[in-house]
Design a protein around this ligand. Structure first.
Ligand SMILES: *Cc1c(COP(=O)(O)O)cnc(C)c1O
Length: 491
């Protein structure tokens, strides 16, 4: 806890060893006051950056023409294009040129959060909690497929997969073959289902990486079986049935015809049968009931014709939390695992913990005179009562430009309005400098932590809050911030 000049207490939650610019200035001031030497920031490597690399003496005067002596910046700050070019050119050891030596492994140790003062925090504890909480409301024999498509909804597929499997998940679900390969590259050998039929060209990859495809066409099934047979492998698959969403899958009325067409092939193993609900999160349950009925009829028909459907599954997060009667043999949980209630009807059914939060540190504080505009278009005008703070977080990082002026950030445990257009890499918010009822004056400083999604003090902003403001769903918000432009910190 820090005692601010205005008597307001707050926990700056700075990372250990982090020195804000304000701290640095105070340290320099106290060092100067006590007569101690202030370290010159232009240490040797930095000096080298200013000077460019140096050239070994060259005897031949003709060569001297090609590699002229280094000329330093002049006192009048005259611009020397040649100097710039020399700085950009890499030294050529063959020509006897030497330059400053950088230890690139050492440079790697400059943390990504130090390079960019904004980051995403992922709580694997929350994911563990959520998997266990959801499993707690399932029959013990029902399997749990953790859906980790789109890099685990922006959380990091391998880390989430390992956490989910350690917390009781049985299988993994991904959207694409490359996502499946990424899981295998993470040294995970759990069953991985590609949730819709992949292109035929990926069949060798499916076999090599032991990825199970969803199948909905005879053409794919036969090519897959032939390729497996040719290398002496089985060709396991899940049959995907379209019961009404009309996205992918074999139409429920065509299931038997498809199975009759492909069942001759000895390598094929039907190990699962599934469908996907279009309206599991809606108030109206008519369409859900129709899909459920069609699915159960298709399964019954398969059994009657002697086809074992294998693992029967249908429920996404909404259906898992709302309709235990459609858990069947396995549930496929995505959004709830990441701590979002998929629809209002599921709030409180289990205790979910949010797994993603978004943070930044103030890069600059501007005292904007009254009436002056802020950001592109200058649409927001300063009241003069507020300090305008800039953070390096923009729409390229997942903070949608449509949110401009519609959201709050949290700093010092208080909400502050985002102002002006959100830029590609940065945006601004205002800290009111007037003393309000029960809040002391907050003086923002470079380096202070800002919460964009998450909790600080008594304030919190959820992914759902932001989704609502952006007129979208939490999935898109998470995936926006998880696009890997922002460093991720796992907690
Ligand atoms: C994405 C997806 C899920 C998970 O959906 P949530 O709503 O995130 O639980 C389940 N099944 C299929 C086929 C999916 O594509």
């Amino acid at each position: 806890m820090e005692d601010l000049p205005n008597g307001f207490l707050y926990n700056p939650k700075k990372t250990p060893g982090f020195e804000s610019a304000g701290d640095a200035i105070r340290r320099h001031e106290s060092e100067a006051a006590s007569g101690r030497n202030i370290t010159d920031y232009r240490d040797s490597q930095q000096q080298a950056l200013y000077d460019g690399w140096r050239v070994a003496p060259v005897e031949d005067s003709a060569q001297r023409e090609v590699v002229p002596e280094h000329r330093s910046w002049t006192a009048d700050n005259g611009y020397r294009p040649k100097d710039v070019l020399r700085y950009l050119r890499m030294p050529d050891p063959a020509a006897g040129e030497v330059g400053p030596v950088f230890d690139f492994q050492e440079l790697d140790h400059i943390e990504r959060t130090a390079r960019r003062w904004s980051w995403v925090e992922i709580s694997l504890t929350a994911i563990q909690n959520n998997v266990m909480a959801i499993k707690g409301m399932m029959r013990p024999e029902t399997l749990f497929m953790a859906i980790i498509k789109a890099d685990a909804y922006g959380h990091g597929a391998v880390k989430v997969a390992k956490t989910a499997l350690n917390s009781g998940a049985d299988q993994l679900g991904v959207a694409t073959v490359d996502e499946g390969i990424a899981v295998r590259a993470g040294d995970i050998d759990a069953p991985v289902l590609i949730l819709s039929e992949p292109p035929i060209d990926t069949i060798p990859l499916l076999l090599a990486y032991k990825l199970t495809p969803a199948v909905s066409t005879a053409e794919f099934a036969v090519k897959y079986a032939e390729a497996a047979d040719a290398v002496g492998m089985r060709a396991p698959f899940h049959l995907k049935i379209n019961t009404g969403m009309n996205r992918v899958g074999v139409r429920c009325s065509d299931v038997i015809a498809l199975l009759d067409t492909i069942s001759f092939h000895r390598a094929l193993d039907l190990i699962g049968t599934f469908t996907h609900f279009a309206t599991a999160d809606s108030h109206d349950i008519m369409d859900f009931k129709l899909q459920r009925q069609r699915f159960e009829e298709a399964i019954a028909l398969m059994r009657a014709r002697g086809y074992d459907p294998g693992i029967v599954h249908a429920a996404n997060s909404s259906a898992t939390l709302r309709y235990p009667e459609v858990h069947y043999d396995m549930v496929r949980v995505g959004i709830a695992m990441y701590g979002c209630y998929p629809c209002p009807m599921t709030i409180g059914v289990v205790n979910l913990m949010p797994s993603m939060s978004v943070h930044a540190r103030i890069r600059q504080v501007n005292q904007v005179p009254v009436g002056e505009g802020v950001s592109y278009g200058l649409k927001h005008r300063s009241s003069g009562f507020a300090k305008t703070c800039t953070i390096s977080l923009g729409y390229a990082d997942g903070l949608s430009r449509t949110l401009s002026g519609k959201i709050n950030f949290i700093m010092n445990g208080v909400f502050h309005p985002q102002v002006g257009a959100i830029c590609m890499d940065q945006c601004m918010f205002e800290v009111d400098q007037r003393t309000r009822n029960n809040i002391g004056r907050i003086d923002p400083e470079v380096g202070d932590e800002v919460v964009i999604i998450g909790a600080q003090g008594n304030c919190f902003i959820t992914v759902d809050d932001m989704a609502e403001a952006a007129n979208t769903i939490p999935y898109e918000i998470m995936i926006g911030f998880g696009n890997l432009r922002l460093p991720r910190i796992y907690t």
